[in-house]
Design a protein around this ligand. Structure first.
Ligand SMILES: [Zn+2]
Length: 172
């Protein structure tokens, strides 16, 4: 409903979940923090300068936006966001955590696959004054470092570290 993806859209999050490498996709397998049968938590390829470690929670199946997302998946996504937020408190010692989610171009959506941002926050970080152009690509090695640290801090939950996940690393 109210979809904006082109018919030949190469969805970067579907490709990531399926372990398919594609030149137009920045996200890679080592960005994944944890995964269940329904959802994946991944360190985002682009990061805000004062809030490194931003994680995206995505459904493993393709749904473009909040209008399409089945409510039971919204519950799974919220559960994953909760365990990531708790892991962020432990790993980063952040003062707070924010979540936000965007729909359609006017709602600042830029990837046509539903994703919920989970962001570590700090006193006086002026996060909501940060403009999109300040976001920068974080090198894959740095993203993997964040993913591994967060993954180690996960408590028991349905969203498991990738070592026990349903997908395997893509063949090199
Ligand atoms: Zn997709």
């Amino acid at each position: 409903m109210h979809n904006h993806a082109a018919h030949d859209y190469h969805c970067p999050f579907c490709l990531l979940v399926q372990g398919i490498k594609n030149a137009c996709v920045e996200s890679v397998y080592s960005d994944i923090v944890c995964q269940s049968e329904e959802v994946t938590a991944v360190v985002s390829s682009h990061q805000w300068p004062r809030n490194p470690g931003n994680v995206l929670i995505i459904p493993n199946q393709h749904y473009e936006n909040i209008y399409d997302l089945p409510p039971h998946l919204a519950a799974d996504i919220q559960e994953a966001a909760q365990i990531i937020a708790i892991a962020m408190k432990e790993v980063y010692g952040c003062d707070g955590v924010s979540t936000r989610q965007h729909n359609e171009p006017a709602g600042s959506q830029d990837v046509w696959h539903y994703h919920l941002h989970v962001t570590p926050r700090y006193q006086g970080d002026r996060f909501y004054e940060t403009v999109t152009t300040e976001r920068a690509l974080m090198p894959p090695e740095k993203r993997a470092w964040h993913a591994q640290r967060l993954s180690k801090a996960l408590g028991s939950s349905t969203c498991q570290a990738v070592s026990s996940s349903v997908v395997q690393p893509p063949a090199k």
